[in-house]
Design a protein around this ligand. Sequence first.
Ligand code: SF4
Ligand code: SF4
Length: 202
Amino acid sequence: MFIKISSEKDIKKLYKKLWLYKSFLYRKTFFSSNNNIDINTKYIIDALNIKRRRDRITFIFDKTCEIIDAKNKGVDICNFKGRVCLAHQCNKNKTYYDGCCRICLYKTTKGCPTKNIACKLYNCRMVKETFDVYNYNDLKILRLLSLKNRIIVRHDYFSLREDVLKDLYSYSLIYSTIRMVSRIMKNYLKVRKIDKYEGGKK
Ligand code: SF4
Ligand code: SF4
């Protein structure tokens, strides 16, 4: 079977029927589009044409990161001055370094070394009030994921891309949640240990 998306009406229908098109009933259907279609809809059509579950999940994960990065390109939303971000620059009582990443094991002096949708979508009140940033609901491509995976991409903070993908590949929310919680705890304990060690050296 073949479904062509070429007009505004087709796009509306596509979004309305995503829950059906992403199902196994359409595993033998090929979707195509015109060249003038917007890039985010094009990614959705490309994802629908990927029939292997893991490959589709990986594609959706990477494209979502690309879509968020493209939106924020050239806009310094966290406006770091040295190691202090916008939200903490006016905090006179205590200096918090490295913004939201301060309790993450993976942070580097050059920023985040990985890709993580939950982290990319997290914006504090100050950023939300100052900039036009994406919210979860703006990212229609995420509707192609199962309910379990939509929960995971929103909550899997402080994790490497490969670990998030493993959580998404699993069929069990309980298994993925155990992995997520144990990673967060390990991350927290390791960061505390590093902080204590570095504090002790001063
Ligand atoms: S989202 Fe807000 S709190 Fe987090 S790093 Fe950016 S400015 Fe700082
Ligand atoms: S995984 Fe998240 S918290 Fe950790 S460095 Fe990257 S953006 Fe920051």
